[in-house]
Design a protein around this ligand. Structure first.
Ligand code: HGY
Ligand code: MN
Ligand code: MN
Length: 416
């Protein structure tokens, strides 16, 4: 494959304008976004994206999970497409760039190829994966997980949000149930551009992250059964305190993650108390433990320790405990050929770069199961993400999109 020459760049201003335009949809309370999957805001963002893709001459396909595939034809109709994308859905207090940068940079790659009149042998498919975040419907990367054959469509359709609405119902309600079988599409390769969501690139003063691996993850949903009782008149010795059990289990998760340093993380981001009344001890506490590591043995060892110790901690307080895995993927090694193309592109374009392991999960992790896949990363301010203050500079955004352009072109093969 011949590499493009170093003067090929995307239109950074147009990319930034599109990012700011999309950020107006599903605004958060502090300048970020709340465009959760399958909400009306998500539907509005999808329509904006669809219009932009139509204007760029792309044809749309949608699968039964609601993932959007926008195709730029190649010169060889028999050649499998190069897929380039990420996700437009956000966390409830998300930033403007997590996922969105990858989808709109993929669109910018196509817009730039149109401007430059460049044709490629392989088609290019700009992709917006449904429900990457897993904030409303667990697990994360749900649609790409079904696409990669790791999860079934029925399982995905049945996933419920905290209000008890199912994925299937909500996808139908917003009118985005596609007709394509999920996973029927075959990929020549998959590339994803994403903000790092951590502090490494900024601290190292590098413009580009050459992503070689992604750490693995377990989401363990813990249900603790205590006894509803009056917080005032119930003597301490009589309490069956599920809230106390939860706090001790979270302390244990912290200790297990710290014992597995370096290269392990563990924590809890979501808790539900029932009845969640200030003066009632909870009868039920449900929370999800999120543990991750790039090291398979550490990841599985942490899960085993937590599954063994949590019930013992609960039992000491007379609290019932059940644990259900609700999300998982093993550590991922991205395709060395594609990784080298990203690294060479950064070098050719004169951007500082370093190899990096992704701390966050991405749709690329599941795409890597069915095709050669890799990622490009840019820094983010203070390493902050999943926070409305998430921020990047236009220069960072453009540098990564330039690298994406080059890696995509080398993979899709310039013709003529
Ligand atoms: O959880 C993750 O790593 C991703 O943000 N969905
Ligand atoms: Mn993301
Ligand atoms: Mn995210």
């Amino acid at each position: 494959m011949t590499a493009p020459t170093d003067n090929l760049r995307i239109n950074g201003e147009r990319l930034w304008d599109s990012l700011m335009e999309m950020a107006k949809i599903g605004p958060g309370l502090r300048g970020g976004n709340n465009r959760q999957t399958l909400t009306d805001a998500d539907a509005e963002g999808r329509k904006l994206f669809e219009g932009w893709c139509e204007a760029a001459g792309l044809t749309m396909g949608v699968d039964k999970m609601g993932t959007m595939f926008m195709t730029r034809p190649g010169t060889d109709p028999a050649a499998l497409p190069v897929y380039v994308g990420s996700h437009l859905d956000t966390q409830p207090t998300g930033g403007k760039f997590d996922g969105v940068l990858g989808v709109l940079s993929a669109l910018e790659v196509v817009r730039s190829l149109n401007d430059l009149g460049i044709k490629t042998k392989h088609p290019i498919v700009v992709t917006n994966w449904a429900n990457e975040e897993g904030a409303r419907f667990a697990p994360a990367m749900l649609a790409s997980g079904v696409f990669a054959g790791q999860l079934t469509l029925d399982y995905a359709y049945g996933r419920k949000d905290p209000e008890g609405k199912t994925y299937g119902e909500e996808l139908k309600r917003i009118g985005w149930v596609g007709d394509e079988e999920v996973g029927a599409r075959k990929m020549h390769a998959y590339l994803e551009y994403h903000i790092e969501q951590g502090p490494i690139l900024e601290a190292s003063e590098k413009q580009i992250g050459v992503v070689t691996h992604c750490q693995g993850l377990w989401w363990l949903e813990v249900t603790l059964t205590g006894k509803e009782a009056h917080t005032g008149s119930t003597p301490m010795a009589m309490r069956v305190n599920a809230g106390l059990a939860m706090s001790r289990i979270i302390e244990m998760v912290q200790a297990v993650a710290m014992e597995n340093q370096p290269g392990a993380v563990g924590g809890v981001g979501q808790v539900f108390f029932t009845p969640n009344s200030r003066n009632v001890l909870p009868g039920k506490v449900v929370f999800t433990i999120d543990i991750r590591s790039p090291d398979q043995a550490k990841l599985d060892g942490m899960r085993a320790r937590i599954e063994e110790e949590a019930p013992l901690i609960a039992a000491e307080l007379g609290v019932g405990c059940s644990i259900e895995p609700v999300g998982h993927f093993d550590p991922v090694t991205f395709d060395p050929t594609l990784v080298a193309r990203v690294r060479n592109a950064a070098e050719r374009l004169g951007y500082s770069h370093m190899d990096i392991i992704s701390g966050a999960g991405h749709d690329a992790c599941w795409a890597a199961k069915v095709a050669p896949a890799t990622m490009v990363m840019c820094p983010c301010v203070d390493g902050l993400s999943h926070n409305e203050d998430e921020n990047i500079t236009p220069q960072w955004a453009s540098a990564g999109a330039d690298v994406l352009l080059h890696a995509v072109l080398e993979t899709a093969e310039i013709v003529g």
